[in-house]
Write a protein that binds this ligand. Structure first.
Ligand SMILES: [Fe+2]
Length: 304
């Protein structure tokens, strides 16, 4: 059975200090000629920068696949822009540069299936225990200070909080709260994080079913993380508050349900790691890789 080579990049977060590093990484990939190039999201909110980055791969002849990240769907919410419209823009952009956006459907290459989604968060990875003694939190969802353990999903949905420790007061927040609008501009419906997560997860499940019969193994690519082991609990309350915005257990369940899914490539948490994810219903684990270009300036190399 022919093995194929894959290289993956995630969380490039192009800015003026790392654009050359990204260009060099792309050049390396063009030289090494992997069969598949996967981008796992968070290139830039800026479309012009995005285009420039994708053009770095002009000489690459292999299969190109991608999912966007949360930063990619940032918009000017004050002007009424919609992140769902931005997803449609990105889909076209990827197509223009020869990439398939896996959120729209799976692809097959030499008997290997590729499925993917940006994924989203439903707060299922929130830190439930307090990261220290005597910590209280105020959010706009509740008038009074509450203990960390009493925080509800309504609190997390606002993506802004003031945290009181015995030693200091911290402001924390997740910028998606200001830069993401999950708004369907045609009917005016605004989706909650939980609804969006559930929708994306169901679409992924459908894509897995579609590709499964015709491939020997499946590689999944997600931006947000599906497994708790990819969530870093730092002990810093302002950081750990944002654990809620890392991913979803629902996503992990869908992946574990399909035995042919043997590899996972994720990003988002900037906490690179590799591990085997088992469940008691599986005979083989999913080999999980969390990667972050901004941190290590390198691509993941896989043979499957
Ligand atoms: Fe991200």
């Amino acid at each position: 059975m022919k093995q194929i080579t894959i290289e993956a990049l995630s969380d490039i977060h192009i800015h003026r200090y790392n654009e050359n590093a990204a260009r060099e990484a792309a050049w390396g990939i063009i030289q090494r000629r992997p069969d598949v190039l996967a981008l796992a999201g968070d290139v830039s909110p800026n479309i012009d920068i995005y285009k420039r980055f994708l053009s770095f791969f002009d000489g690459y002849k292999g299969k190109r696949i991608a999912v966007p990240g949360n930063h990619c769907i940032w918009v000017d919410t004050d002007s009424g822009e919609s992140s769902l419209d931005k997803i449609a823009t990105l889909q076209q952009l990827y197509q223009d540069y020869g990439f398939t956006m896996l959120d729209n459907g799976p692809v097959e290459h030499e008997g290997v299936g590729f499925v993917g989604t940006m994924g989203w968060y439903d707060y299922s990875f929130k830190r439930k225990d307090a990261p220290g003694e005597g910590i209280t939190v105020v959010t706009e969802a509740s008038e009074n200070e509450k203990r960390w353990e009493e925080l509800t999903d309504a609190d997390y949905s606002l993506k802004k909080a003031t945290i009181f420790t015995p030693y200091q007061i911290m402001q924390t927040g997740w910028m998606d709260g200001e830069r993401v609008a999950l708004k369907d501009t045609e009917n005016g419906v605004v989706y909650t994080d939980k609804e969006f997560t559930a929708d994306l997860t169901e679409i992924l499940r459908y894509h897995i079913r579609q590709i499964e019969p015709s491939v020997r193994t499946i590689v999944a690519v997600t931006h947000h993380v599906p497994f708790e082991r990819m969530v870093r609990r730092s002990g810093e309350p302002d950081y750990d508050y944002c654990n809620a915005y890392t991913g979803s257990t629902q996503l992990g369940k869908v992946l574990l349900d399909e035995a042919k899914i043997r590899y996972l490539i994720s990003g988002h948490t900037h906490a690179p790691c590799r591990f085997e994810q088992w469940s008691n219903r599986r005979e083989t684990p999913i080999l999980c890789h969390n990667i972050c270009f901004e941190k290590d300036n390198t691509s993941l190399k896989l043979k499957v």
